[in-house]
Design a protein around this ligand. Structure first.
Ligand SMILES: [Zn+2]
Length: 279
């Protein structure tokens, strides 16, 4: 399952608390040729030699990307954004399937598996600025869980644009960091806005509802341990269930009873209530 802003934040916090101060004893990579060919790991896997013997300093996240900082400035960027599993186990437990396994000097183990598009990338501090993921998620925009994400900012940045909502909220060119297609569907259903509306058509109240819905979805997913298909590094599943999305296929709207529709939109699909979210 995809790892988006709330899930990346939960994982980064756990990695920070669990791994800080631990020293990497060894690493193992699996499925290397394919991973290189599709660009999911360093082209030159000997780069991974640079993390052996290094101590974990901290782990942070922004958007969908996790940055594990090692002392002696090296980094492991982890972005399993379209699907991945990160698991921590202690000595004696059997590791799950992985693409990267890190073993620490105390025999604890971290495994990372990418199940769809994603990235595991070893890079020094100097090289970070050339990383697409790092630039996209760490060096620009405002994240909905940051203090800068005020209604004033939202209104001034997004409010008068004569573009469709999705292009302003989702993707690499959006001013907001970390809103995925899944979050988008959930958010506009809660705000009762049709996906094809342009932002410049929205009333002030609708813009405010949209802003509040983004905050609510992100905060609820954080406080409920992530989405329901997500597992944290200890294997604990998330409890957040999206108000709208593929999970509502063939269902009726809980608010008004209208059959939920699926609409092709912006290079993907959007589930919606055609009554609550009228055009
Ligand atoms: Zn409805």
């Amino acid at each position: 399952m995809s790892i988006e802003l709330p899930e990346a934040r939960i994982l980064a916090r756990q990695l920070d608390e669990t791994l800080s101060g631990k020293t990497i004893k060894s690493y193992d990579l699996k499925d290397v040729d394919r991973m290189i060919r599709i660009g999911f790991i360093n082209k030159n896997t000997s780069d991974f030699e640079n993390i052996v013997g290094k101590t974990v300093f901290s782990a942070v996240s922004r958007g969908n990307t996790i940055r594990m900082k090692l002392k002696d400035p090296m980094n492991i960027l982890i972005a399993p954004e379209y699907g991945g599993v990160i698991t921590y186990i202690t000595e004696g437990e059997k590791p799950p399937r992985y693409h990267l396994k890190l073993e620490f000097t105390d025999s604890s183990i971290l495994t990372i598996r990418i199940t769809s598009m994603g990235l595991i990338y070893v890079v020094d501090d100097e090289g970070l600025k050339d990383s697409y993921m790092y630039k996209r998620d760490f060096l620009r925009g405002v994240s909905p869980d940051e203090a800068e994400f005020t209604f004033e900012w939202f209104k001034n940045t997004i409010g008068s644009e004569n573009k469709q909502l999705k292009s302003l909220l989702v993707g690499k060119d959006a001013s907001i960091i970390g809103v995925s297609n899944a979050t988008f569907q959930d958010v506009i259903y809660r705000a009762k806005i049709h996906p094809k509306k342009k932002v410049s058509q929205l009333l002030e109240k609708e813009l405010k509802d949209l802003y509040e819905a983004i905050k609510t979805v992100i905060n609820d997913r954080l406080s409920q341990g992530g989405k329901e298909e997500f597992n944290d590094i200890f294997g604990v599943p998330g409890r957040y269930i999206a108000a709208m999305g593929p999970n509502m296929k063939d269902s009726n709207c809980p608010r008004c009873g209208t059959a939920i529709q699926k609409l092709a939109h912006g290079g993907g699909h959007v589930y919606l209530c055609p009554n609550c979210q009228s055009e």
